[in-house]
Design a protein around this ligand. Structure first.
Ligand code: PRP
Ligand code: URA
Length: 213
């Protein structure tokens, strides 16, 4: 994989790196894990949304009237990939409370590692929105590619994909399938193991967020 890759940003801010290290620790419990996933999503969202367009509006301060910038143009939609992507939704909504939320339900077959769709609902019309897709893990990339395929098939155009940890295999697959979307990663890990888990990774993100096994 050649770096830097166009449209791929590794968000290596020290706060993000520190929080990811706590996520990796197998002794980090569900409460702390869930809170950290949300905090990391907020920090990543802060960077991923820095190109949101602004427009000037008139505001009356207690002293005088001034022109001042507010977010303009396209509205936002957050689209978590279920389940684990749900854990990141609150972090993005904390930044943009007016965002609409869509859901894409995908689970990975344990043997083939292929994604299977079980639920999809997007805010309509989706083509007018900037869409932030969230999933903490980008492993083989199958789920991410399927999610973005679905969003594009429903008219989505401006798409940002945020993942806390990626494997090189998954990042390459997503970038090749959808070179037009912006991809934001917290950390690029070494590789996938034979079960398509990210190494060193953090284990099963969904199970750790929701306390299931
Ligand atoms: C995990 C993760 C991603 C997917 C990544 O979900 O949250 O959606 O695996 O793997 P991939 O890149 O190889 O597709 P999982 O299928 O375990 O479902 P869950 O979130 O419901 O636990
Ligand atoms: N899904 C996860 O939750 N973790 C991995 O390492 C790979 C896929």
């Amino acid at each position: 994989m050649d770096f830097p890759m166009e449209n791929v940003t590794i968000l290596d801010h020290p706060l993000i790196q520190h929080k990811i290290s706590i996520l990796r620790d197998k002794n980090t419990g569900t409460n702390e894990f869930r809170a950290l996933v949300e905090e990391i999503a907020m920090l990543m969202g802060y960077e991923a949304l820095r190109d949101l367009p602004l427009k000037e509006v008139e505001v009356e301060t207690p002293l005088e009237t001034c022109m001042t910038p507010v977010i303009a143009g396209k509205k936002l939609a957050v689209v978590p990939i279920l389940r684990a992507g749900l854990g990141m939704t609150g972090g993005v909504l904390a930044l943009v409370p007016s965002a609409k939320v869509g859901h894409i339900g995908l689970y990975r077959d344990e043997v083939t590692h292929e994604p299977h769709e079980y639920y999809c609902k997007l805010p309509s019309p989706i083509d007018q929105r900037t869409i932030v897709v969230t999933d903490p893990m980008l492993a083989t990339g199958g789920s991410a590619v399927a999610a973005v395929d679905f969003i594009k098939a429903h008219g989505g155009k401006t798409i940002k994909f945020m993942s806390i940890i990626a494997a090189p295999e998954g990042l390459e697959k997503l970038h090749k399938a959808h070179p037009d979307i912006q991809i934001y990663i917290g950390h690029l890990d070494r590789q996938l193991d034979k079960n398509a888990y990210i190494c060193p990774g953090l284990g099963d993100a969904g199970d750790r967020i929701f306390g299931t096994k």
